[in-house]
Design a protein around this ligand. Structure first.
Ligand SMILES: NC(=O)c1ccc[n+]([C@@H]2O[C@H](COP(=O)([O-])OP(=O)(O)OC[C@H]3O[C@@H](n4cnc5c(N)ncnc54)[C@H](OP(=O)(O)O)[C@@H]3O)[C@@H](O)[C@H]2O)c1
Length: 179
């Protein structure tokens, strides 16, 4: 059970990220929520003094500092990277540009946010970080070379960063749901 923590959530406007935000608010946590389409938050009826929505396009990597610098002085206890895109593309259309797009959201934005999050001025020791992988990262699927590659990459990201951040007693994990 989680209580009274301050958590950064990407992919907060939909699906797993939205459900997580609702759960965290019910458990008295402060949530800084990232997504693009704020109308989905309004539709879901989330409005709470502990909930702050930031409309951010995650491919705008230069804007990330504002997430941390414009926040109140309270440090984060957790970061959950739920933002993700899934595309079906045959291998012949899986161009470098197409692969870059999916890696930008599913992997590189998570690494870049973790890079900021892991600074002592932004997070408490003992923080918890969760990335969303997928069973597809291990099983593979035809037409999903990009998606499967990103979800496999996440496993490497959490293994390496958990070793590096163990000195701050961070836990870094991934979850690999099925559909
Ligand atoms: N649902 C499943 O069955 C399942 C299974 C295995 C793994 N997963 C993984 O779990 C995670 C969440 O899945 P989901 O189904 O809950 O996702 P979802 O409902 O499709 O939501 C995706 C979220 O990512 C955000 N997002 C996408 N592109 C973005 C961008 N360029 N900038 C900022 N935000 C962006 C969306 O924000 P906006 O809508 O505001 O743009 C939305 O909040 C994903 O990583 C997915 O691969 C899901």
């Amino acid at each position: 059970m989680i209580h009274d923590k301050k958590i950064l959530v990407t992919g907060a406007t939909s699906g797993l990220g939205l459900a997580l935000c609702e759960y965290l608010i019910q458990n008295n946590c402060k949530v800084v929520a990232i997504g693009r389409d704020e109308s989905k938050i309004k539709e879901a009826g989330i409005s709470h003094q502990n909930f702050r929505f930031l409309g951010i396009e995650l491919t705008d990597f230069d804007t990330y500092e504002t997430i941390f610098e414009n926040d109140d002085s309270e440090k984060f206890d957790g970061f959950v990277h739920c933002a993700g895109i899934e595309e079906t593309l045959p291998l012949t259309l899986s161009t470098h540009a197409a692969m870059e797009k999916i890696f930008d959201i599913n992997v590189f934005s998570g690494i870049e946010l973790l890079r900021y999050f892991s600074k002592k001025k932004y997070s408490n020791d003992g923080a918890s970080v969760v990335f969303l992988s997928s069973v597809m990262g291990e099983l593979g699927q035809a037409g999903k070379v990009g998606y499967c590659a990103t979800k496999a990459a996440i496993i490497g990201v959490v293994k390496a960063s958990s070793l590096e951040l163990a000195k701050r007693k961070f836990r870094v994990n991934s979850i690999a749901p099925g559909s």
